[in-house]
Design a binder for this molecule. Structure first.
Ligand code: HEC
Length: 98
């Protein structure tokens, strides 16, 4: 019995590896800084992210705000571009922990 279980444990990772989805090529990583500088600094400079009474207090709120500002200014960013700019703003200004 125990020997048979050990056998299963050995086979399981192999069958998962064989049956798993084929890897798809990842889309190119968006250039967050370029996007931000192209579409976001028309209305506010980066001081808005560090102002004492800033309105964003969490990473999900930051992502939602990036999407809000982006759609309301007529851009059509992909989810990857939203995520990249959210990370860019968090790394440089907000420093929230995920
Ligand atoms: C049409 C003008 C306009 C553009 C363009 C714009 N925003 Fe904004 N954004 C605003 C305004 C106005 C506020 C402040 C809202 C408030 O104080 O209630 C704001 C606030 C923010 C905040 C919150 C700041 C805080 O207090 O913590 C973030 C983050 C932000 N914008 C990101 C972006 C990003 C990313 C882009 C580029 C896609 C962008 N904005 C483009 C008008 C704009």
């Amino acid at each position: 019995m125990i020997a048979r279980l050990r056998h299963l444990a050995l086979l399981l990772p192999v069958s998962l590896a064989l049956g798993g989805p084929l890897a798809v090529a990842a889309p190119p990583t968006p250039d967050a800084k370029a996007l931000y500088e192209r579409d976001c600094v028309k209305c506010h400079q980066s001081e808005i992210f560090t102002r004492p009474d800033r309105i964003i207090h969490s990473l999900p709120a930051l992502a939602a705000r990036v999407r809000w500002c982006e759609t309301n200014t007529g851009q059509q960013w992909t989810d990857q571009e939203i995520a990249a700019v959210t990370t860019y703003l968090n790394d440089n200004f907000y420093h929230f922990r995920p």
